[in-house]
Design a protein around this ligand. Sequence first.
Ligand SMILES: Nc1ncnc2c1ncn2[C@@H]1O[C@H](COP(=O)(O)OP(=O)(O)O)[C@@H](O)[C@H]1O
Ligand SMILES: [Mg+2]
Length: 165
Amino acid sequence: MSEPLIRFRDVDFGYDASRPVLSQCNFRLDPGCRVAIVGPNGSGKTTLLHLIVGLLRPDAGSIEAFGKLRSSEADFHEVRCRAGLLFQEPDDQLFCPTVAEDVAFGPLNLGKPRQEVRRIVTETLQPLGLGGYEQRITYKLSGGEKRLVTLATVLAMRLSDGKLV
Ligand SMILES: Nc1ncnc2c1ncn2[C@@H]1O[C@H](COP(=O)(O)OP(=O)(O)O)[C@@H](O)[C@H]1O
Ligand SMILES: [Mg+2]
């Protein structure tokens, strides 16, 4: 079998010591698989996703991503360049006045030249049905349009280095 993209081994996590959220959690995501993480409200689904991209760190156990054990901020920075996370609320993710600025933020942060970023923005928006949305005011979009823009902000990272999974 091929190497998993993500692997948790016996991960424990709690926001405070008296209330564990994940306990001895084992999880693997293999290339080409689509996985639905299903559970009641408050069961730890979002927590699991935040652990994958290093927004939270496990209290015990280990996290491997893309073939390497990940523990430091530098490790998870590398993971975040390849694994995009969409927040539940688009308003938590979108913070620029216009759609183009939000989609450009990631690639500009990676040090891409402005001209290339303009191309990335256009090529990311087009297939999502958001061609021509560049100058639209983000907070005035519909809920569904905002979700698509958040997806665009993540996909723009793929066009920036070609490796997002
Ligand atoms: N920032 C936080 N601080 C303290 N407790 C939190 C925090 N975020 C989530 N929790 C608690 O952790 C548990 C798991 O939350 P979460 O992962 O968001 O659940 P799910 O996504 O499955 O609904 C819940 O009991 C929730 O109240
Ligand atoms: Mg959740």
